[in-house]
Design a protein around this ligand. Structure first.
Ligand code: GAP
Length: 448
């Protein structure tokens, strides 16, 4: 587990996980780009979620709805009118901005309503709607205004009838979707924790109102178990019941899954921050869309209740990076010169690791070894995300692979030329074993 956010930011930049968006122009609006390793990690997280939530179940189907939708949807959902706005206060002295709910929580602790940074006097709260406005078509007039979606689930609700009819489903069932969402956050920050463009993995579970509580508890447990199954320690995860006064405008009940990040928050105490929300949305969405669209979205005469699980891809990726980050004092590879030197190992779950196998010729000045190593690379490439690396000493290459969480490093050496075998080194145990090249795919597949 990492002890400071800076270590993750530095690793993420240095090793191609996350870059600042528009970096050569000085960055842009708290947006981030995912580099070659970041995109692999992100895809693996989404694949694991989809596998768990759709593929392994018979009662949840997928959807990929458009980001741009009729602005009437956002009117009906309450995002333009009701509570989808943050209250902002500004310090009159240092001009830092804060969400007033964060200030009021810290105020409860400190018994004063002053700037948490410099103690200055704060302005009166002002409401800011978080929807990102845009125009569709050539005219920038009222009629062409729409919004980038602020949550992916609205695309699910407006397709409720389409999916129900085409898939001949019966309640209870779920619809799952992964995709981008946008919010004009007034206080983005903490690296990729709060950004203006992010990705969500959302599942909407439609059920009879009488079963809503039962399914709420069921989904709470299922979702927590998913994080545990991918290697996050139990002590770094917790549920937080959202207070009635803080509930989103659509929710009857909400429980956040929080992860203990290495940065504090006046909102929910040191380090604990939301990575996923479980919401009982009641019949808010289907009844409002029925009313506004004129389409009857009832099922057997009633509006189903919706239990929603809503996770952020970027936040969970951040949590996985934090929990996998391990420092070994004195080092593990022979490259470490001093006992004070620290080597980094990213102990990502094997399913999440962006690169599964590193292929390393023992020396790069022996053409036969290099040729054999490239053969091994060609054999494994179609099956696993592989990386061929011949630069630097073998110890340095192990170290480079450990730092980005490669679970297996394969070394091709002089014996490989005679016996057609290689050594496989396990990232976590550092144990090495010899395996015949012809058995490699099966052997790796078993372990991955
Ligand atoms: N459909 C319900 C919904 O959107 P939410 O609690 O507002 O609920 C769900 O968001 C999840 O989306 C959060 O737990 C978080 O992981 C992610 N998320 C929300 N706003 C975000 C932001 N500005 N940056 C990154 N992730 C965000």
């Amino acid at each position: 587990m990492v002890d400071s956010i800076e270590k993750i930011v530095s690793l993420a930049k240095r090793r191609g996980f996350v870059f600042l968006s528009s970096e050569i122009y000085g960055g842009f609006g708290s947006c981030y780009d995912f580099g070659p390793l970041g995109v692999e990690l992100k895809n693996n997280i989404k694949k694991s979620w989809w596998q768990e939530m759709v593929r392994q179940r018979g009662d949840i189907v997928g959807l990929d709805s458009a980001i741009l939708m009729s602005s009437k949807i956002w009117q009906a959902s309450g995002h333009l009118t009701a509570g989808f706005a943050d209250e902002l206060v500004e310090c009159k002295k240092c001009h830092k901005r804060f969400r007033s709910d964060e200030i009021s929580r810290s105020k409860a602790k400190n018994q004063k309503s002053r700037c948490p940074e410099c103690g200055g006097v704060l302005t009166k709260p002002k409401k800011f709607n978080l929807m990102m406005k845009t125009y569709v078509g050539p005219l920038e007039d009222e009629a062409s205004i729409t919004y980038l979606r602020a949550e992916t689930c609205q695309g699910i609700y407006v397709n409720f009838k389409n999916v129900l009819q085409t898939m001949r489903l019966k309640i209870p069932f779920g619809i799952a979707q992964i995709g981008k969402a946008f919010r004009n956050e007034i206080t983005p920050g903490n690296f990729i924790y709060r950004t203006r463009e992010f990705e969500q993995m959302e599942m909407q579970w439609f059920c009879a109102p009488k079963d809503a509580n039962k399914f709420f508890n069921y989904w709470k447990k299922e979702r927590l178990d998913w994080y545990l199954s991918l290697g996050i320690e139990k002590k770094h995860l917790r549920f937080r019941e959202v207070k009635k006064s803080e509930l989103p405008h659509y929710a009857k009940r909400a429980v956040d899954i929080e992860y203990k990040f290495p940065f504090g928050s006046p909102r929910s105490g040191a380090g604990w921050k939301e990575i996923e929300g479980i919401h009982n949305r009641g019949d808010w969405d289907l009844s409002n869309h029925s009313k506004h669209s004129g389409e009857d979205l009832k099922y057997e005469g009633y509006f189903p209740y919706i239990i929603e699980t809503s996770a952020g891809v970027d936040r969970t990726l951040f949590a996985f990076l934090c929990s996998a980050f391990t420092e070994v004092k004195g080092g593990r590879t022979k490259t470490t010169k001093s006992v004070k030197e620290v080597e980094t190992v990213l102990k990502l779950h094997k399913r999440l690791a962006p690169i599964k196998v590193a292929i390393l010729p023992l020396v790069k000045n022996n053409p036969e070894i290099v040729k054999k190593a490239k053969e091994v690379y060609d054999i494994l490439k179609p099956h696993f995300m592989c990386q061929y690396d011949e630069v630097g000493s073998i110890g340095r290459r192990y170290r480079r692979a450990d730092e980005v969480g490669v679970p297996f490093a394969i070394t091709v050496d002089f014996d490989s030329l005679k016996k057609n075998d290689v050594t496989i080194r396990d990232r976590d145990t550092m144990k090495q074993k010899r395996v015949k090249i012809k058995d490699l795919i099966l052997c790796l597949r078993k372990q991955l």
